[in-house]
Ligand binder design. Sequence first.
Ligand SMILES: Cc1cc2nc3c(=O)[nH]c(=O)nc-3n(C[C@H](O)[C@H](O)[C@H](O)COP(=O)(O)OP(=O)(O)OC[C@H]3O[C@@H](n4cnc5c(N)ncnc54)[C@H](O)[C@@H]3O)c2cc1C
Length: 341
Amino acid sequence: MSDSLAVVGAGAAGAAAAYRLRDADRDATVFEKSRGVTGRAATRRRNGCRYDHGANYVTPGDGPVADLVRDLGDDGRHDIAEPVWMFDGAGTVAPGRDSGEPKWTWAAGITQLGKRLLARTDATVRRETRVRSLARTADGGWALTDADGETYGPFGDVLLTPPAPQTADLLAATDWDDERLAAARDAAAAVPYRSVVTAVLHYPFELDREWYALVNTDDDHDVGWLARESCKPGHVPDGESLLVVQMAPDWSATHYDDPDGDQVAAAADRVAALLDDDRLLDPDWTDTQGWRYALPDAAAEREPLSAVADAGLHFAGDWVAGEGRVHAAVESGLDAADRIR
Ligand SMILES: Cc1cc2nc3c(=O)[nH]c(=O)nc-3n(C[C@H](O)[C@H](O)[C@H](O)COP(=O)(O)OP(=O)(O)OC[C@H]3O[C@@H](n4cnc5c(N)ncnc54)[C@H](O)[C@@H]3O)c2cc1C
């Protein structure tokens, strides 16, 4: 049986798994459908600004992530100094809710996490390669076929890290005559998700506040999260400000397919009212991103997923950990790598 390994997805979980197996002599190939890596921990550059429009920062959690992040080097990494405050449905802003743990970010953007992990491996990273199906091979391995019909493998082990609904789709497109397959697919398909619409609002003036971000605490506001990207060194030039606004899950579900202009107008309207500043009604440029599978609301049932491990099929990601956080995805990737090893 081949010792080669396929990792589907170069998000935090997939990159961490490849990193953990870097010394295992496993001939790893990472398949990533996008051009960039680190998945929902995503960064864009525009008009001299850099902004993290998915995950905002990485927290260490209480596992191995702190050591791992430090192993990746201090250069360009910052702990956001300003605190996270909170607000309620009535628009009252108040201090609090900052745990005091580090909020790590990188001057070059949060994608540095995945880039640095993968740079320390010998894995082949196939970007812009969307895996569409899997098939069991005669020798008990796995072949992967991409969206262009190209086939790769055989691989002795496959680690699937896309969000649970996309993993369920892959399992539905898997050619393997084994009753455990349907149970694993059902376990992935059952994970509930929240969608989030992110609106990015840029202004040609500085916005000074005591906080880095505001989080809504009573689920009674159209905005769920609002962050000042200028608190991240290297992201926003002096004299400008850029707000990353994550609309609340209810609002996002209702308005997910609205035109971009309507989404940013709603975000600017709510933010101007919340911060009591009419200048914020009129950003000079904007951006949006819809995250259909933003945050898993529960963990997948474990047993059906682990039941296929002896056939070389493995799973990792925030939905396996049951927590929509970068550190949880990283830990899940490290755990999967240890099991594969
Ligand atoms: C708006 C938003 C804000 C957030 N804020 C924070 C935060 O501040 N702090 C925090 O810790 N967490 C935050 N999170 C959660 C965090 O981003 C995720 O928990 C974490 O990034 C998940 O990592 P993952 O590797 O499990 O999945 P993903 O990042 O989704 O990675 C999966 C990868 O698989 C790829 N893929 C999917 N299908 C295929 C296919 N068929 N073939 C090849 N590749 C495929 C995807 O392109 C992606 O790169 C936020 C998430 C969102 C959406």
